[in-house]
Write a protein that binds this ligand. Sequence first.
Ligand SMILES: Cc1ncc(COP(=O)(O)O)c(C=O)c1O
Length: 348
Amino acid sequence: MEKIAHVREASGAKALLALKCFATWSVFDFMRDYMDGTTSSSLNEVRLGHERFGKETHAYSVAYADYEIDEVVSHADKIIFNSIGQLQRFESQSSGIVRGLRLNPGVSSSSFDLADPARPFSRLGEWDVSKVEPIMDMITGFMIHNNCENKDFGLFDRMLGQIEERFGSLLARAEWVSLGGGIHFTGEDYPIDSFVERLKRFAGDHGVQVYLEPGEASITKSTTLEVTVLDRLYNGKDLVVVDSSIEAHMLDLLIYRESAKISPDQGPHRYMVCGKSCLAGDVFGEFDFRNELKVGDRISIQDAAGYTMVKKNWFNGVKMPAIAIRELDGSIRSVREFSYADYEQSLS
Ligand SMILES: Cc1ncc(COP(=O)(O)O)c(C=O)c1O
């Protein structure tokens, strides 16, 4: 949070929490002092941002339905349409607030097709300058989200240069530009001074207020998923089964075929840590432990905030992890336990 506050102060950019990544509103009282507000992907998120976070509230969605647009506008300071079609469709309903359009620069830092906003035939934003120019009187700014888990400042800088080249004539007419999320500027060793300088230069050259939409960068390494060993097996490898599931509680591991992280992941005892759902590939990963694991042992799965707590689900009816907050003084406050009633009510 302090790194974000520093970037805001030093560069003049505003930072909005991307609720799609993290929306555990019981910590918003803490985060609010360090950020300028929230950005959203739906009516539900824009409402949550407005009601639970406050400050500046940006609305964005890949597509709004007719029945939700009035409520979206009632919660937002700014609405960013994904397409010219949506902008024109909702022109009158949105005329009372600041409007923008998503641009797709056709370049991205993602090497993973599923998460690449610039993938071929992408629906995420407009890319044809000649189509955008005629609607410039309806908007005052743009959102361009093309970074994805990008830890490489050089790559960010080069892609921003390509954006300036491609969309220079549009940027010259804009008052604000949101550069989206996906920039890991809070990570260790990120050249934060160069980042600040580049943001300032971009803002100065085009005369725009810059926004950032950090999701992952706001909460990296803030959170653990605490699991308990329920069983041990040996099937050619030492396995443990824990009281959680990647499909239910850490879905991105499955989607992106990644291993969970544990720390320190060192020692002579290697185990495959497995989830308790029926999915054969429900595996957190293989890790090295200092001691032999036994039933009842606690394992802390690291870095479990981003795209995790917003995606958890009731697959197999696996018990939902409670949510607890460790305060700055070290004390732990439990804010939510999930019950059978929550499971039942989510179903029908
Ligand atoms: C428009 C937009 N803004 C912000 C974000 C947040 O990205 P991250 O969590 O990688 O910072 C995303 C992620 O998909 C996004 O699509």
